[in-house]
Design a binder for this molecule. Structure first.
Ligand code: ADP
Ligand code: ZN
Length: 612
């Protein structure tokens, strides 16, 4: 039989909507199949990385099917933008939440009953009210989309108790298809979603978790803030980015430091007034080029597409957390950076937090295992991406777009260096912290060294050939490997472990990563090795692009909405390249659908003509 690719009427309709409404030429990865499945009434569980394009998976079926698509989303603060973005492409959408007046809500409820609206976003606690369930029973329903479905998992960090009650949707409305979506990959969460939402019969769509446009970099921390500033100035001036810090205090200090140095930065953490948090979040979403310094309280559902970098000034607790946070960069598919500065103090601090937490032993053990995996990623000699994807159970090949691929680390036999550290730890009676141990190894005559007569030790000065930073890096790796322990209850003094004895006795040899002095970040605006969804612009095109961005700022202001809701950078870049003279020329550009063509086409063509 010849393999003739047949497209069903639903598939044709879906593609037509994708092209005319959203202005995109083709579905990405599994989007087409998911849309087809849900549009035909099937249940689905969709696991796709952040930026993978989950929204279209329920938006298009909601347009194809009769009735109203109900989107359950935990993030009230973001509903406005989601609805605005749909309005821009001409889709009838609204939300029901506590920010609107009773009259507004009544109006939307009426439209729902009439089926005169395509998509309605509702927070789960609202959805579960008697009033809302009754409304749903008299509304023609196209589907239920359960966004951020991992919120149902009690073990995850985003647990929302109201999510558990969502199984009621299946019981009350058994004929309405449900699509649950999440970017959280692990099997445990997946199983819990299926079980709690009664999705046993749903088709599962698991996408690749790779985010090829993100460049991973983990650098040795010397002066983290200064390194961050260099990184932003060299590679991301004028770009939007997120900087994650562990503590609220550090968030505030970092924001202040960046502002003092000419970078517009706003703080965000759970200790701030809610209104301040919302305001900062709204500015970050709407204005171009703002840096958000935040704790991990910031992030879920931040679907700003043009976040160009995510930086970590402190070590995340797990690879899951790291991947989710870094995943907020580059959702538009253009190149983005995930940058982290990591040092000895991070290891000590995270270990201590686990040790000192009030949690039960099982929980602590799990946290310890997760932290070790994260440390393994930091210290790896392998491609970072291979390492991460492997952690999520996905085999891959060296990526060419991470620091270890671009400038491979050098490993060396660190046995002798490790022995120097271990025997010094032993000779100072396991009673001193890292700073002092390193002073002794390097032969530094500090007051404390003299006071304890540690200049008399046989190991005093045996490591004068290496800098303090080098010794710190070695010690950090040894702590990460469990060859040295830190006693938090006793002034963070260093202790030997079971495993250290074998190294001391020369019975086991260890490979360590050679210290690399923090390099001055190279001054280049955009990565050149790999360009993703990015066209190189010549001078005229660059000028057009800048002009278009200005136009976009003005237009967004006039519409009281975010710039990216008008057009993405990638669309503006393509327009600058294509220099359309007519509306027909413009129609072919990715991201320009029928409604946007009608709203902005004339203006854009006129604007381009100025450059002819
Ligand atoms: P997710 O919710 O999975 O993080 P989104 O649904 O927000 O991702 O989509 C990420 C970005 O990709 C959005 O800006 C969206 O417009 C864009 N996008 C999604 N699907 C396509 C497609 N088929 N072609 C081009 N762009 C797409
Ligand atoms: Zn790599």
């Amino acid at each position: 039989m010849n393999a003739v690719i047949q497209t069903s009427p639903t598939q044709q309709q879906a593609l037509h909507l994708l092209q005319t409404v959203f202005g995109y030429p083709a579905f990405r990865s599994q989007q087409g199949q998911i849309v087809d499945h849900v549009a035909n009434g099937g249940d689905a569980l969709v696991l796709m990385p952040t930026g993978g394009g989950k929204s279209l998976c329920y938006q298009i079926p909601a347009l194809i099917r009769q009735g109203v698509g109900i989107v359950v989303s935990p993030l009230i603060a973001l509903m406005q933008d989601q609805v605005d973005a749909l309005a821009e492409v001409g889709v009838r959408a609204a939300f029901l939440n506590s920010t609107q007046s009773f009259d507004e809500a009544l109006q939307i409820e009426r439209l729902m009953r009439e089926g005169a609206i395509d998509l309605v976003y509702i927070a789960p606690e609202r959805l579960m009210t008697q009033r809302c369930l009754e409304l749903l029973s008299v509304t023609p329903l196209a589907l239920f989309a359960i966004d951020e479905a991992h919120c149902v998992s009690q073990w995850g960090h985003d647990f929302r108790p109201e999510y558990i009650k969502l199984s009621i949707l299946h019981e009350r409305f058994p004929d309405v298809p449900r699509i649950a979506l999440t970017a959280t990959a692990d099997q445990q969460t997946r199983d819990e979603i299926i079980h709690r939402l009664q999705l046993e019969n749903a088709m599962q769509f698991v996408s690749s978790f790779d985010r090829p446009n993100i460049r991973y970099q983990i650098v040795e921390k010397a002066n983290g803030r200064k390194q961050l500033l260099d990184f932003i100035t060299a590679q991301h001036s004028g770009d939007a980015g997120i900087v994650y810090c562990l503590s609220r205090k550090k968030v505030e200090e970092t924001a202040e430091f960046l502002n003092e140095n000419g970078i517009t930065a706003l703080p965000y953490h759970a200790g701030m007034e809610q209104s301040d948090r919302y305001r900062n979040q709204a500015r970050f979403l709407r204005e171009d080029g703002i840096v958000m310094t935040a704790t991990i309280a910031f992030g879920m559902g931040i679907d700003k597409p043009d976040v160009r970098f995510v930086a970590h000034l402190d070590l995340p607790k797990s690879i899951e957390g790291y991947y989710q946070e870094t995943g907020r960069a580059g959702r538009d598919g253009a190149s983005a950076n995930a940058w982290m500065a990591y040092g000895l103090q991070d290891v000590v601090q995270q270990r201590r937090m686990i040790d000192e937490s009030e949690a039960n032993e099982t929980f602590k053990r799990v946290q310890g295992v997760k932290l070790d995996a994260m440390l393994g990623l930091c210290e790896t000699l392998q491609c970072r991406r291979v390492h991460i994807l492997d952690y999520f159970g996905q085999p891959s090949q060296a990526c060419g777009n991470c620091d270890t691929c671009l400038s491979p680390p050098i490993s060396f036999d660190g046995t002798v260096a490790a022995q120097k550290i271990l025997s010094t730890v032993y000779r100072v009676d396991q009673r001193f912290a890292a700073g002092h141990v390193i002073d002794v190894i390097r032969g530094i005559d500090t007051d404390r060294v003299k006071q304890w007569r540690h200049d008399q030790l046989s190991t005093f000065g045996i490591g004068s050939d290496k800098s303090e930073a080098e010794w710190r890096a070695l010690l950090r790796q040894m702590i990460a490997l469990g060859l040295v322990a830190v006693d938090y209850e006793n002034f963070s003094s260093l202790k030997l472990t079971e495993d250290s004895r074998a190294v001391l006795r020369g019975e086991s040899r260890i490979q360590l990563r050679q210290y690399k002095k923090a390099e001055k970040a190279v001054k280049h605006k955009r990565q050149s090795a790999k360009d993703f969804a990015e066209t190189n612009l010549n001078d005229t095109e660059q000028a057009i692009f800048e002009r278009l961005r200005w136009w976009r700022v003005e237009t967004a202001k006039a519409h009281n909405t975010a710039a990216f809701i008008i057009f993405h950078d990638s669309t503006l870049r393509e327009i600058a390249k294509a220099k359309p003279r007519t509306l027909d020329d413009l129609r072919g550009v990715s991201g320009v659908g029928a409604k946007k063509l009608e709203s902005y086409g004339e203006e854009l063509v006129k604007l381009i003509a100025e450059f002819a």
